[in-house]
Design a protein around this ligand. Structure first.
Ligand SMILES: *Cc1c(COP(=O)(O)O)cnc(C)c1O
Length: 388
């Protein structure tokens, strides 16, 4: 059976070019980049080159980057690091209700230390109201942290506008750009962000490598104390192969983004139009335009999303209900319920997230098998029978 992945927002396979680039640093070039002898020289050069590629991707200086272990660690470092460094100035953080757990639970953890967080609501399209954001800022506000693009719906927040408000009010601004990276440009100068998170494995590099952009002048208290790595901001011998991989991945992303985005958008549009044309009672979740080109989240009324996923899996199709981080729990998606979806509609939602491996034939196959699966599942639903 053909295996098709429509779950690229959960993770991505390591690209061939990335694999080739990192391989030497797992075997031959095994030295410690901090060593001054021959064994360290190659790895040191490789870390520098990886950082240079990242700087080009962000349009920033080398001292403005920190390599981490993941998007989760970058988000923790941005939020806790800033909060701890600025605790004399204030204790108030602003974020939104639809963030990734690595942001929500970090804010929750900080509450135990006396930090207070305002969680901004989103509207039915999944967007925040900029006036509410501005109104939430107090003299005690030290940080605004919002995602760039939502992992469940693909909805894009107006990062430039949020950055302008943060700048005007003198508040540090962190954006979680894990899903945006490689799908939309991330020029940190144009975006007016102070801190920005990315993760390797959402971008065709392996799991276990992430990065944080830290604008010059923004001070962070480290989470991990150790040697002088990353200019004393994150101890631990560098993940050389991971850094090389991330460097290659962002280089490829910069090169291919425009063409890939166009290709994704064409496939996504076909999925949306195809589902709507072939299946009654479907709803596309999130703002129809302000969305990543690769992501579509669809509610199938009178259908249990998890069972739908199992049925798709049996046909070789990998998709997801909302987010990989919350699947397995019976809670409806916090993102969809924040947008006003009922628990039923939320439970009946499936996310299709496209990536490099996908072709138009994959879309054909999905659209071919989907109507019968949904119809069969609905035929077993007493609610569906009652609705007719
Ligand atoms: C996946 C994801 C993260 C976490 O990144 P990891 O590298 O898996 O820790 C953070 N934010 C968003 C929006 C994500 O999609």
């Amino acid at each position: 059976m053909k295996k098709i992945c429509f779950d690229h927002n959960a993770t991505t396979p390591v690209a061939d070019e990335v694999f080739e680039a990192m391989l030497p640093f797992l075997k031959g070039e095994w030295g410690n980049p901090s060593s001054i002898h021959w064994a360290g020289r190659g790895p040191k050069k490789a870390v520098d080159a990886g950082r240079e590629a990242l700087c080009k991707f962000f349009n920033c200086a080398d001292i403005e980057t920190i390599f981490t272990s993941s998007g989760t660690e970058s988000n923790n470092l941005a939020i806790k690091g800033l909060a701890w460094a600025k605790k004399d100035k204030g204790n108030h953080i602003i974020t939104t209700r639809v963030e990734h757990p690595s942001v929500l639970n970090t804010c929750k953890a900080l509450a135990k230390e006396g930090f207070e967080t305002t969680y901004l609501d989103v509207d039915a399209d999944g967007l925040i109201d900029l006036n509410s954001l501005e109104a939430a800022i107090t003299p005690k506000t030290i940080l605004i942290s919002t995602m760039f693009a939502n992992n469940e719906t693909g909805v894009l927040f107006p990062i430039k506008e949020i950055g302008a408000i943060a700048k005007k009010r003198g508040v540090t601004f962190h954006a979680d750009a894990v899903q945006a990276a490689g799908k939309t440009p991330l020029d940190v100068q144009g975006l007016k962000v102070d801190l920005l998170t990315i993760s390797g494995h959402k971008l065709y590099a392996p799991k276990g490598i992430g990065a944080l952009f830290v604008r010059r002048g923004v001070r962070l208290t480290p989470l991990i104390h150790g040697g002088h790595h990353e200019r004393n901001r994150r101890g631990g011998t560098e993940n050389v192969a991971g850094i090389v991989a991330l460097g290659k991945a962002v280089e490829i992303a910069g090169r291919d983004m425009a063409a890939e985005s166009e290709r994704m958008l064409a496939m996504r549009t076909r999925i949306e139009k195809g589902m709507q044309a072939r299946i009654p009672h479907v709803k596309i979740n999130g703002h129809l335009e302000k969305r990543l080109p690769n992501t579509v989240n669809i509610s199938f009324e009178f259908v249990e999303g998890e069972s739908l996923l199992l049925n798709l899996d049996m046909k070789g199709i990998a998709a997801s209900s909302g987010s990989a981080c919350t699947s397995g729990s019976l809670e409806p998606s916090h993102v969809l319920t924040s947008m006003g979806l009922s628990n039923e509609m939320s439970h009946g939602s499936v996310r299709f997230s496209l990536g490099k491996s996908n072709t138009e034939e994959d879309v054909d196959y999905l659209l071919e098998i989907m109507p019968a699966i949904v119809e069969r599942m609905r035929s077993m639903s007493p609610l569906y029978a009652a609705s007719k």
